[in-house]
Design a protein around this ligand. Sequence first.
Ligand SMILES: [Zn+2]
Length: 86
Amino acid sequence: MSTTAERLIAAGHKPHLDDDGEIDIFAIDFGHHNGPACSVCAEGRCQHCDDGSPFEPCPGEEEVVRRAKEKRRAQFDTLKAEFEPS
Ligand SMILES: [Zn+2]
């Protein structure tokens, strides 16, 4: 069976690397959980909990930025609606 990192890469993700240039399997690290994560979109999985299913394809940097902007705009619109009731 392929590793969590191998399946992450197969879906086009770019895992965080450690100081030695190896895939950082502690990019996700909490409690007893740890695993690799994408440096572009933050997708990742604990390698102990990983069910072996494939990852969704990496959306890529432009799409990540676009989604972040969209989210910010939506938050702003919500605030604006509170201050300027129609
Ligand atoms: Zn990604």
